[in-house]
Ligand binder design. Structure first.
Ligand code: IMP
Ligand code: MG
Length: 180
């Protein structure tokens, strides 16, 4: 059972659902009358993206990209590589990058600069979770689901070694699972 590896549940399914609705209302207000394009950074944000896009009542297109940040274990490095690029042109469009978690900032610092060079009309970041204590690179965030302490979390799309993504809630992984 996956549950045995979880030390503490941080956000239940109901709490996640409620917060996604609040973020969607905020986005609807900010982009009223506009068409938006949501970009999900795979794979961690796939569940958040699926819930968020269905909660937003605005004309909307979706695209996906994947990056690897050459991190071993539970942290990323400064070296980011695009393993899957977008299929669509983003120039002149209102982009919201949808991420699972902002940690060191390495991945998003790189990614947001790269996307900015493609001349979107506007670009903002929406992250479900933020661990500000761990930041080493500055990243501007417009929408944050929850700010969390420095702990390794899994579930609702977030993984450890590709597992636990299918947990419907977000929990702190027991340190003994990853040798922490
Ligand atoms: P950053 O480049 O250090 O900001 O790391 C961002 C990426 O690291 C996220 O998109 C996640 O894939 C991964 N990550 C960071 N912290 C956690 C965590 O607590 N649980 C699961 N994945 C994490
Ligand atoms: Mg990940």
């Amino acid at each position: 059972m996956l549950e045995q590896d979880i030390q503490e549940v941080l956000f239940t399914e109901a709490q996640l659902k409620a917060r996604v609705q609040e973020l969607a209302r905020q986005i609807e207000r900010d982009y009223a009358g506009k068409e938006i394009m949501l970009i999900s950074v795979l794979r961690g944000s796939f569940i958040f993206m699926a819930d968020l896009c269905r909660a937003i009542d605005l004309p909307c297109t979706l695209d996906f990209m994947a990056v690897s940040s050459y991190g071993k274990g539970t942290s990323s490095s400064g070296q980011v590589q695009i393993t899957k690029d977008l299929s669509e042109d983003i120039s002149g469009r209102h982009i919201i990058v949808v991420e699972d978690i902002l940690d060191s900032g390495n991945t998003l610092h790189y990614l947001l600069r790269l996307l900015d060079h493609r001349h979107p009309a506007t670009i903002r970041l929406c992250t479900l979770l933020d661990k500000p204590e761990r930041r080493v690179k500055p990243v501007e965030v417009h929408y944050t689901g929850f700010t969390i302490p420095d702990a390794f979390v899994v579930g609702y799309g977030l993984d450890y070694a590709e597992k636990y993504r299918n947990l419907p809630y977000i929990g702190i992984l027991k340190p003994e699972v990853y040798g922490g």
